[in-house]
Write a protein that binds this ligand. Sequence first.
Ligand code: SF4
Length: 371
Amino acid sequence: MTDNDILVEVRDLKVHFPIKRGVLFDRTIGQVKAVDGVDLRIPRGQTYGLVGESGCGKSTLGRALLQLTPPTGGEVVFDDVELTTLPPARLRAMRRRMQMIFQDPMSSLDPRQNVESILTEGLQTHGIGGNRDERRAIIGEALDKVGLPRWALSRYPHEFSGGQRQRIGIARAVVLGPELIVADEPVSALDVSIQAQVVNLLDELQESLGLTYLVIAHDLAVVRHISDIVGVMYLGALVEEAPSDRLYTEPLHPYTRALMSAVPVPDPDVEDRRERILLAGDLPSPANPPAGCRFHTRCPWAQPTRCADERPVLRDIGGSRVACHWAERIASGELRPNHAGAGVTRAPDGGEAPEPVSIPAPTAKADSVDG
Ligand code: SF4
């Protein structure tokens, strides 16, 4: 793949938020490292899925990529233009090309504006359409693209169902003719029956408009369906990145293996036989992340000394990028999970009883991690 094929490149991106104390909150006593040194590339016309537990920094990364949250450090290069140092006027102009779809369509749409007003706002901001008739024509086309009728223009958000409101949110993004869309949990607020429709709509729009997506989601099944590449985040950093099929069939990082082991499979025989990896403890605070490998306090494969002392970097292993010192030895089975260590595993025969669990249990929604 050449550099021309890459639409977005994120280099060593950091987003740190100061922790303030004092009567006037004028004393900085620490930093929450929401995103702490992320590198990723999104090829044109492809979908990059980003998964991880609640608080891992994936939404902050999405906002920082669009410069809606200013990065503390690093670079975001969009179509060869470095955004973090761009003057505000040029950044505003670039924003037309990069849009966002939000999780909750109800709270992201102004209830006092009708659909025409909602969709016109962006056109006016970016000087698209010379007069009202031209703008109405552009908006009408956007409604057609997302499968909403023209009469929707005069209606207000509360007059629509959740799925239709998300279509309005998608129309608001595509009406500006963007190249990149960051979709933050685009279907998690919707009924399961509606989710597939919206996922299919995103697929169709990508095909017809040549869109590039960054999809942030906690639902691993949705991410698998929609993504070409998947990145797994833990405590502000990527721990694994791979083509979607490979990540789901051959996860290499212990954290990815734990996430994937919670995804139910349709065959009950396979479901009964396979190993479930259960992690002890909660996600550590990003204000005080563990030294060394950030996952070592919960990792069933953690090895003495090195895992606690040395932070692993992303390495290329057979087409995946993995941040684990021992990924090859874990994959070959040479290293076994430590039942008495930070995490525990339950053997397929029901052997050892697990301790506290924070990866979701295999229920009907077990293909999700808490987003
Ligand atoms: Fe686990 Fe060590 Fe690998 Fe980190 S480096 S994921 S603690 S085995």
